[in-house]
Design a protein around this ligand. Structure first.
Ligand SMILES: [Zn+2]
Length: 734
């Protein structure tokens, strides 16, 4: 009933004087669903003799340009109210210009350092990009003005993104206590209910009584569902938002993006175009439309359990590798997790990292290399990254673990656990793929920055320091390693089932591990400290010694490198990144012509997960020279996972070695990859492939391929000879 009173008061106010109309009243009318009255109210404002009031009026009428101009006018005088700049910033934020918005909030703070609303503005901008500063800004805002409902509302939203549901509810209640019509705070409540699989109806009913057309409530809920991996449910709520408010362009756009994540194309195109054409052109909308348009450059390959979407420029090369890998993963996980997926899994590989990044817009802590949306996996193609920077194989095993765990839990799983398990699975597949103990992890260990398990989700969504996301991946992964080591691999599966039953992290730890969460933290910390504590404690010393070693290597003081290298290596053997001791030693041994020592140190490097293509190729050459072709082949095959693109020579070398070992299927695979690599000697590449087919007894294929070689180079003698030979012996039925 309160809104009626507001309305009556307003009507009364208008009849007295148009100048008495204040912006807040017009916004209140809008918030309470009185669209026509709100419109009239905003129109009145546009006729005010006060520029600020006119700005709010045009804003309310969605006349962005005039609103912008009036704000400029209103803030011209150095004595203008600092609130005007905050409001102007909010308008710019609404119109997708966060850079200028943040600038205005800062200007307002320069003028008035205790402007709490300016801090809320900064927090809103930070939260949108998950840069981790939002909480800090909010704390400032609340300190300056504890009665600011918007601050508590945003705090509630952030808490829920971190899956801290109790804090979300508490903050939402504070907002409601301050403003009985805090509709978005009620929506937070509804989201919490939905995430816990309880009915949100009571909260939606409350919202509807205040404003039956408040679509933003459903959008907020949908977005939280999306952030909790519940993409299908999010679609439902975006649709509900549009039912009550068909002009909610933000919801049209978000629905389009969400549907794209689920692998759809036609409906997203329609929704995104609709928002775009109505002026809603934020980054997500524009980039998603661009991505949809670029799909014409992709080829789709389907079989009974996979859909592969690859760029046409590299599809012929990547498809065989990726298809085989997905099938291996499916078979492995089906057995391990004792389940089958209900439909085909879709894998998309993007050679342009920007295209892949679009897939993850608006998702926190994700998207470094790959991302999973239900049964759709999107990732960088190896060609999107620098050679040696990215392993598509381990990324695919990681993402596919998400596919299974999200399915097994019906998308009810905390972020730390699904990430931790996915990281753990990489290490299960190959010790060389184990999550790296990187310098930032060692520093976090040294500085005791690991989070309690019940708060680990926070480290993914709103990191408090720049490397916290990386550290949190490592921590989550090593927590799963710890559980597997102490309770057995089966225990992880048990936990999956418990999360599926909607148990929370503290409940799962109590029930499945028989420990209080605090006790679990203590045991895990003891375990990880025993493993790496020494390395962490000596990190600074190691870094100084490494610097000196690098300097010695640069001076070609190889004796020093060989003498001092091993001790430095032993201090931190997991370090395989830039300027690592392995490669410094390898160079020194090579300079001394000590092939055996060079091969040994490169082998150690390889086994610790070193992935420099040049180093691994050098190792393969040494292994081959040492008469170990099988080992050399295994070394080169690692490179297929690292950088199989733009490397004709790799495929030829590996093909030749496999051919020499009479592994003809392997040779065919590699020679095919060479043909697909756009080789310099096309005819020669086809001819090698024909030879491998011939050796494998696949005469039809051999003939087809040798003809391809002759088409390129009709006078190519060896190919002519092979064709004759093929024609002499009639093709066997295969
Ligand atoms: Zn992941």
């Amino acid at each position: 009933m309160r809104h009626l009173a507001v309305l009556l008061a307003l009507v009364l106010a208008w009849s007295i004087s148009a100048h008495a109309t204040v912006p807040a009243d017009c916004w209140a009318l809008r918030k309470h669903g009185h669209a026509a009255e709100a419109r009239a109210c905003f129109e009145t404002l546009t006729r005010s003799d006060n520029a600020y009031a006119r700005a709010e009026g045009f804003w309310g009428l969605e006349q962005w340009q005039p609103a912008n101009e009036q704000f400029r006018l209103a803030t011209q005088s150095p004595n203008s109210n600092d609130l005007y700049k905050v409001r102007w910033g909010m308008l710019l934020h609404e119109r997708f210009n966060d850079v200028d918005a943040a600038g205005l909030f800062r200007e307002a703070l320069q003028k008035n350092p205790s402007n709490a609303r300016a801090y809320v503005g900064l927090a809103i901008v930070s939260a949108d990009v998950f840069d981790g500063k939002a909480t800090e800004y909010l704390a400032k805002a609340v300190e300056l003005d504890p009665k600011l409902a918007d601050a508590h509302l945003l705090a509630a939203d952030l808490a829920l993104t971190n899956d801290d549901r109790d804090a979300a509810v508490a903050e939402a209640d504070k907002a409601i206590a301050l403003e009985s019509d805090a509709l978005s705070a009620m929506a937070i409540h509804a989201a919490v209910e939905l995430l816990a699989d309880r009915s949100p109806d009571a909260w939606f009913a409350k919202i509807r009584t205040i404003n039956p057309h408040y679509g933003e409530a459903y959008t907020l809920v949908a977005r939280q569902l999306e952030l909790h991996y519940r993409y299908e449910d999010a679609v439902t709520y975006y649709r509900k938002a549009l039912e009550v408010d068909p002009r909610l362009w933000a919801a049209h756009s978000a629905l389009g993006v969400d549907l794209m994540r689920l692998g759809k194309e036609d409906e997203p195109a329609k929704e995104l175009e609709l928002s775009y054409n109505n002026g809603y052109r934020d980054k997500a909308t524009v980039n998603s439309l661009r991505l949809l348009d670029s799909y014409k450059n992709f080829a789709t390959f389907r079989d009974d359990s996979t859909v592969l979407r690859l760029h046409t420029s590299e599809a012929a090369l990547l498809r065989p590798y990726m298809q085989v890998e997905v099938h291996t993963i499916l078979a492995t996980y089906e057995e391990k997790y004792r389940m089958k997926l209900s439909g085909p899994v879709q894998l998309e590989a993007y050679p342009d990292h920007e295209d892949f990044a679009v897939r993850t817009t608006g998702m926190p802590g994700l998207g470094a290399l790959g991302v999973t949306f239900g049964q759709v996996v999107a990732m960088d193609s190896p060609s999107a990254r620098k050679p040696g920077e990215f392993n598509w194989g381990s990324t695919l095993w990681h993402e596919m673990s998400h596919v299974f765990i999200l399915t097994a839990t019906n998308h009810r799983v905390p972020r730390w656990f699904t990430e931790g398990l996915a990281v753990h699975e990489e290490g299960e597949r190959s010790a060389e793929w184990e999550d790296r103990l990187t310098p930032e992890v060692l520093v976090a260990l040294r500085d005791k920055k690991l989070l309690p398990v019940t708060q680990l989700d926070r480290g993914f969504a709103y990191p408090e320091y720049p490397t916290q996301v990386v550290v949190s991946y490592f921590q989550a992964g090593s927590i799963c390693d710890f559980i597997s080591a102490k309770w057995g691999e089966e225990k992880l599966l048990e936990m999956v089932y418990s999360f599926a039953k909607l148990l929370t992290t503290p409940q799962v730890i109590r029930q499945d591990l028989g420990l209080a969460p605090e006790e679990f933290d203590t045991q895990y910390l003891a375990w990880i400290t025993q493993k790496y504590g020494n390395q962490a404690a000596h990190f600074n010393e190691w870094r100084e010694k490494l610097k000196a070693l690098v300097a010695a290597a640069e001076q070609k003081q190889y004796d020093t490198v060989v003498q001092q290298g091993p001790a430095i290596l032993a201090m931190y053997p997991q370090y395989v990144e830039d300027a690592n001791v392995y490669l410094l030693l390898a160079v020194a041994f090579r300079a001394r012509n000590d092939a055996k020592a060079e091969a040994d140190i490169l082998t150690e490097y390889e086994h610790h997960g070193g992935e420099s293509p040049d180093a691994l190729k050098r190792l393969a050459a040494l292994e081959e020279t040492a008469g170990k072709p099988a080992v050399a082949i295994a070394t080169l095959e690692r490179l297929i996972y690292i950088y199989p693109v733009k490397d004709e020579e790799l495929h030829q070398r590996l093909g030749d070695m496999l051919y020499a070992e009479r592994n003809y299927d392997g040779a065919i695979r590699e020679y095919n990859a060479r043909v697909a690599s756009n080789p310099v000697d096309k005819a020669g590449a086809e001819f090698n492939l024909a030879q491998a087919y011939f050796a494998a007894g696949k005469k039809d294929k051999a003939e087809e391929t040798v003809l391809a070689a002759l088409e390129i180079a009709p006078g190519y003698r060896p190919a002519q000879k092979l064709l004759l030979e093929l024609q002499k012996s009639p093709a066997k039925p295969e």
